[in-house]
Ligand binder design. Structure first.
Ligand SMILES: NC(=O)c1ccc[n+]([C@@H]2O[C@H](COP(=O)([O-])OP(=O)(O)OC[C@H]3O[C@@H](n4cnc5c(N)ncnc54)[C@H](O)[C@@H]3O)[C@@H](O)[C@H]2O)c1
Length: 245
């Protein structure tokens, strides 16, 4: 592989779970990493793991729903080439109990903040830039979380729309739709880890590294003709047409 030009990747929600694994994988691929998270300890721990391994990384502790802070993040990041919109929230509730405030809160983090970051980044990303968004298999339907499903369906639509908008700038925009991945987010699931594991065709839960591998695929320079795509990474669960994820 030829030497990469200097490249910085911003990974939101990189203080834990999938985001941390993405940060580690993209560092391995040669990118400097900006670890964004609202929890300082978690962000700093990811940076410690990266710098101890010899990579370049810094933490930015912020809430991605603050537009002034996201603009400062984009403006202050040198050599920005990759934006991974990973930060997200999840909880479950019967449809009858959901409020419009629940929907607004979910959308504010999972969709509106992503929209803002994509727009701000698109103004500075160079040719060859990459945006990868974390959707969810739930975007195609899931029970007990209509607000989450709606926000992630929005991520799918946003990703496709931006892929067209940014194609002439030679910036690709793709999304990953994970199935059940073993992270803290699963603690919100009533079935428990074992209950979720036995529902999977492989008999295994996905790992953050599975998702990091998919992100790295889209970020690779050789993926320059792949844009507007939603890659489902769920161990085959969606093939069975299950209504849960
Ligand atoms: N774990 C799964 O099974 C699964 C499945 C499908 C999709 N996803 C998606 O993958 C992404 C990562 O999920 P995860 O499982 O690693 O979750 P996680 O809860 O382990 O990590 C999410 C991270 O995002 C950060 N975050 C949340 N809101 C933020 C905000 N407003 N500002 C800044 N940081 C914020 C949290 O502090 C946390 O570190 C999410 O978008 C999630 O919806 C996860």
């Amino acid at each position: 592989m030829p030497d990469l030009p200097p490249s910085t990747a911003i990974v939101t929600g990189a203080g834990s779970g999938i985001g941390r694994a993405v940060a580690q994988r993209l560092a391995l691929e040669g990118h400097d990493i900006v670890v964004v998270d609202r929890t300082a300890e978690c962000a700093q721990e990811t940076v410690r793991l990266l710098t101890d391994a010899g990579y370049t990384a810094r933490a930015v502790v912020m809430d991605i729903t603050n537009e002034a802070d996201t603009q400062a993040l984009i403006s202050e990041t040198e050599n920005l080439r990759v934006l991974v919109n990973n930060a997200g929230i999840f909880n479950t509730r019967d449809f009858d109990e959901l409020t419009t405030d629940d929907l607004r809160t979910m959308n504010e983090v999972n969709l509106v903040a992503m929209f803002t970051l994509c727009q701000q980044a698109s103004r500075v990303l160079p040719e060859g830039g990459r945006i990868v968004n974390l959707a969810s298999r739930a975007a195609f339907g899931a029970r007990n979380c209509a607000h989450y499903v709606a926000s992630k369906a929005g991520v799918v639509g946003l990703t496709k729309a931006l892929a067209l908008e940014l194609a002439e700038n030679h910036i690709t925009v793709n999304a990953i739709a994970p199935g059940v991945i073993a992270t803290d987010m699963l603690l919100e699931r009533a079935e428990g880890l074992e209950g979720l594991r036995v529902q999977q065709p492989t008999g295994k839960l996905g790992t953050p590294e599975h998702i990091a591998h998919a992100v790295a695929f889209f970020v690779d320079a050789r993926a320059d003709y792949i844009t507007g795509q939603i890659l489902v990474v769920d161990g085959g669960r969606s093939v069975g047409g299950s209504a849960t994820f």
